[in-house]
Write a protein that binds this ligand. Structure first.
Ligand code: AMP
Length: 115
């Protein structure tokens, strides 16, 4: 796809979206297809990085800011405990190539991936 990502378009207000938290460099939206009682996407405002591996190599501080906002969202919307998922690559389920973290929180008992 060319042009701004779906997340950038939500940030800019050109398509609807539910922005639930924001800092200077990071924002969070409700996932349109929630997989848990709390399912929020935490996203850098820049779409320079396609996935978490690129982001970690290019701007680890921005990655840390994403984790901090995930924590805040889980504190505000659940009990502070959360699962953080970065699908990385189409084969791993990534569909939007503007790096984003899935924050899953609430009752995750039925959704354990491992262990
Ligand atoms: P991924 O498959 O890891 O790339 O995650 C993309 C996520 O974006 C999916 O969980 C989608 O449900 C979500 N998504 C796609 N379009 C929108 C939208 N317009 N608003 C909110 N979430 C969206």
């Amino acid at each position: 796809m060319t042009g701004p990502s779906v997340f950038t378009r939500i940030l800019e207000g050109s398509i609807p979206g539910d922005i639930v938290a924001e800092t200077e460099r990071v924002f969070a939206i409700s996932d349109i297809n929630p997989q848990a009682p709390v399912h929020v996407l935490v996203i850098p405002k820049t779409e320079q990085y396609r996935d978490v591996a690129e982001l970690a190599a290019g701007d680890p501080e921005l990655l840390a800011e994403m984790v901090a906002l995930a924590r805040r969202v889980a504190d505000e919307r659940a009990d502070g405990e959360f699962r953080l998922i970065f699908n990385t690559g189409a084969g791993a389920g990534q569909t939007v190539f503007h790096v984003h973290a899935h924050v899953l929180a609430g009752d995750l008992e039925e959704k354990s991936l491992v262990g």
